[in-house]
Design a protein around this ligand. Structure first.
Ligand code: GRF
Length: 241
């Protein structure tokens, strides 16, 4: 937020200078992005969304490069996948808390991301809630993927929540990260059916398939400067299929 306002902002491609927030007239916040666009990916788990994004970058479907990959879990598959691709991959100890980073860890994550001149922080299965200083350091520049159609079923075990509730359709959501849990402006969503014989496992597998399509598409739109945000509404300048 700038001066307490979160009204409208858009991503704008500019010559290669650092990402910046510019307050224009009428409280429109333009977010200039560097060229090439630099991603910092954070994950705690196996890293299948990271792989989908890395492959899309390599194939030129996302006009961006992966500057570095960070994890709070030393043995996380995401780090192994990054190293296989010869990308910078670092484990940063998360500190004493279970669900968030402690102050030292938060400072360490922010420092390496800033040092790598990251334009967009991409959360790909990062299992810790990001707090004030991290959010302020990358204001409007952190995205996450969640395995439900938000605002339904935020938090843990989203596919089990969907099954228990008895919904017939669920899916995944890519959204900007704000101070709430799975709560920021929604960039994109993709649906999947819930079948009568689904288990939480079979359903999450189907959702993962949708995630691997949706997340690269949303990151590509941001890196291309093809979205703007008005209040809670994310507007796509052109449809990307
Ligand atoms: C995905 O289901 C994502 O929606 C959630 O964490 C999971 C990460 O999976 N936030 P992976 O590590 O990308 O395979």
């Amino acid at each position: 937020m700038v001066n307490g306002m979160f009204q409208e902002y858009c991503f704008r491609r500019v010559p290669p200078i650092a990402f910046s927030l510019v307050l224009g007239s009428c409280s429109v916040i333009q977010i200039a992005v560097s060229n090439p666009f630099r991603l910092g990916v954070l994950g705690s788990g196996k890293g299948s969304n990271f792989v989908a994004i890395a492959e899309a970058c390599a194939a030129g479907k996302i006009p961006a490069g992966i500057a570095l990959v960070l994890s709070d879990v030393e043995s996380a598959g995401i780090l192994a996948h990054a190293r296989e691709r010869k990308l910078t991959a670092k484990f940063i100890p998360p500190g004493k808390f279970r669900t968030k980073l402690d102050e030292d860890a938060e400072r360490a994550f922010v420092a390496v991301l800033q040092e790598a001149k990251v334009d967009l922080v991409v959360l790909a299965g990062f299992m810790r809630v990001l707090k004030g200083d991290f959010l302020r350091a990358f204001e409007n520049r952190i995205v996450n993927i969640h395995p439900s159609l938000l605002p339904s079923f935020p938090g843990l075990e989203a596919s089990k929540q969907a099954l228990d509730h008895g919904v017939k359709v669920t899916g995944c959501t890519v959204h900007f990260v704000d101070a709430g849990v799975d709560a920021g402006p929604i960039i994109g969503q993709q649906t999947v059916p819930v079948l009568d014989n689904d288990t939480a496992d079979s359903l999450i597998q189907r959702i993962h398939g949708a995630e691997h399509e949706l997340y690269p598409r949303c990151v590509a739109a941001i890196a291309s400067g093809d979205i703007s945000v008005v209040g809670r509404r994310v507007i796509w300048k052109k449809s990307v299929s």
